[in-house]
Ligand binder design. Structure first.
Ligand code: G16
Length: 543
């Protein structure tokens, strides 16, 4: 077996963003581009030598080639064994599950999440550490620094084996175990949820539609919902993973999950509508006449957690990203448990979960999860909803209404301005930062600013500080506007504006969200000059 030490030179900009390195497929197709980044991972994570590494991706275009390259490089970098999903397929939460279950030293996830795929689409790579979660900033920064000086990478000459059938293979000194992508994950779900109750729910005629969006979760949802829980065939739609996601945009929100949204708004809608994203870590929950915001979803799951066998003992704490609404905070307060506010990025939950400070976490970006793995988990969230609905026998809208009656409602919306000119977007943020000192005490109509800052986070476990995590403007009535630039896009800049207002009046809990937030939405433009600086009259996506 020949091991080649191949010469290379650094590429600009191999800096991981909110969740790994995401670029256009064409960027990843450049000779040595992927190799440089993978070698930087091996150089920055010496614990992988002689150990087990989990590898898998969401099946998007370029997945197979990338997996083959990683196998050849793992063999040359003295990894003892790679566990890889059949055909290189694994959802992101399934990677996390395997790392934890088989005590791997880490994992490599190939995905650009909810971003479109195909030859002109996006690709991505992310390193997960031994706890199963995304590497913390200290590690991603070390990888990035390494990419700047890299001059060689190691790869075996031999081709990687065909991994389309589960089994044991060998490549030089490397053991390769090809696993069924679904089996271990499905087994974990059976241990957490009351499958008997959910089975009875379906047997009683409960109808749901799960939109796999031609991404990774189709096979997971088919196996769990249709095969193990007895939901009728056809419950899972768009369930075949395709390299270009059927030319769709695998982002489970009201805009991109249009087929599901139309079904839920059509005649005789099913009792539950759900969707997941490219790599299976996001989720969207809909009921007839009800859209559950991800922030509300976290709050509802936390409030009802003891109905689920895996959380019967109660939850220790909740964590949410800063831009996520305060709905979960109210549940935490009621339960007498802490609620932590972290920067955007699932990696910030890892320390809190490992230290046992929190059991559940969630983000406004359609992510919910718990300490069962160290990633957010789309199918898990859907099963959690099913378990609650099976226990409470209530429609989604009724459950939400009851929740708001008890806790009040955090009206919440995110307005995204995608594909902005990067210079204009930075100018907007810079200008806003410059305004911060003058904002507290200033009045806008009937509201007065009580806090205006650029969010920074002191990790209570490792005491690291992360700065510049989004501009927060809070008002005296508890409402809030947050501005930040996305760290996951690959084209231009995306400005995210998060708008939130709390309402406790029982007569005002059923308003249309955009109407309930209309004056704050106008205020956001007034404060940040969005229209004048970006030239955009309206957001690209409203969720
Ligand atoms: C990633 C991160 C999430 C984050 C989301 C959006 O999710 O893991 O923590 O909330 O991106 O980030 P941004 O607002 O910077 O675009 P995913 O599903 O894309 O891996």
């Amino acid at each position: 077996m020949g091991v080649a030490d191949r010469k290379t030179s650094p590429f600009e900009g191999q800096q991981p963003g909110t969740s790994g390195l995401r670029k256009k497929v064409t960027v990843f197709q450049q000779p040595n581009y992927l190799e440089n980044f993978v070698q930087a991972i091996f150089d920055s994570a010496p614990e992988l030598k002689g150990a087990l590494l989990v590898v898998g991706g969401d099946g998007r275009f370029h997945n197979e080639q990338a997996v083959a390259t990683i196998l050849r490089m793992a063999a040359a970098n003295n990894v003892a064994k790679v566990m890889v999903g059949r055909k290189g397929l694994l959802s992101t939460p399934a990677v996390s599950c395997l790392i934890r279950k088989y005590q791997a030293a880490g994992g490599i996830v190939l995905s650009a999440s909810h971003n479109p795929g195909g030859p002109d689409g996006d690709f991505g790579i992310k390193f997960n550490i031994a706890n199963g979660g995304p590497a913390p900033t200290s590690v991603t920064e070390a990888i990035f620094q390494r990419t700047k000086t890299i001059s060689r990478y190691r790869i075996v000459d031999e081709d990687a084996p065909d991994i389309s059938t589960p089994g044991s293979y060998r490549l030089g000194n490397l053991d390769i175990e090809v696993v069924d992508p679904v089996a271990d994950y499905a087994e974990l779900m059976e241990r957490i949820f009351d499958f008997t109750a959910i089975r009875a729910l379906f047997a009683g005629g409960f109808r749901m539609v799960f939109d796999g969006m031609h991404a990774i979760t189709g096979p997971y949802a088919r196996e769990i919902l249709e095969n193990r829980l007895g939901a009728p065939a056809g419950t899972v739609i768009n369930g075949e993973p395709l390299p270009d996601f059927g030319q769709g945009h695998p982002d489970p929100n009201l805009v991109y999950a249009a087929e599901l949204v139309a079904l839920m708004r059509g005649e005789n809608p099913p009792d539950l509508g759900a969707a997941s994203d490219g790599d299976g870590d996001r989720n969207m929950i809909l009921g007839p006449g009800a859209f559950v915001t991800p922030s509300d979803s976290l709050a509802v799951l936390a409030a009802n957690a003891t109905l689920v066998p895996g959380y019967r003992q109660g939850i220790k704490g909740i964590a949410r990203s800063m831009p996520t609404s305060g709905a979960a905070d109210r549940v935490a307060e009621h339960l007498g448990i802490p609620c932590y506010e972290t920067p955007t990025g699932w990696k910030f939950f890892g320390n809190l979960l490992d230290a046992g400070k929190v059991t559940m976490c969630g983000e406004e970006s359609f992510g919910t999860g718990s300490d069962h793995v160290r990633e957010k988990d789309g199918v898990w969230a859907v099963l959690f909803w099913l378990n609650i609905l099976a226990a409470r026998r209530q429609p989604v809208a009724g459950l939400l209404a009851d929740h708001w009656t008890q806790y009040g409602r955090n009206y919440y919306s995110r307005h995204d301005y995608e594909g902005l000119d990067t210079i204009a977007a930075s100018r907007l943020m810079l200008r806003l930062k410059g305004e911060l000192p003058g904002l507290p005490g200033k009045s806008f109509g009937r509201r007065k600013v009580t806090l205006a800052d650029d969010f920074s986070y002191l990790d209570p476990i490792d005491h690291s500080t992360t700065t510049g995590q989004g501009i927060r403007v809070r008002f005296d009535d508890g409402s809030r506007i947050v501005f930040r630039l996305s760290g996951t896009g690959t084209e231009g800049a995306t400005l995210r504006v998060y708008i939130e207002r709390y309402e406790a009046d029982p007569d005002k809990l059923g308003q249309d969200t955009q109407e309930a937030l209309a004056d704050l939405i106008a205020l956001a433009d007034n404060i940040a000059g969005i229209r004048s600086i970006t030239g955009r009259e309206t957001p690209t996506v409203i969720t």
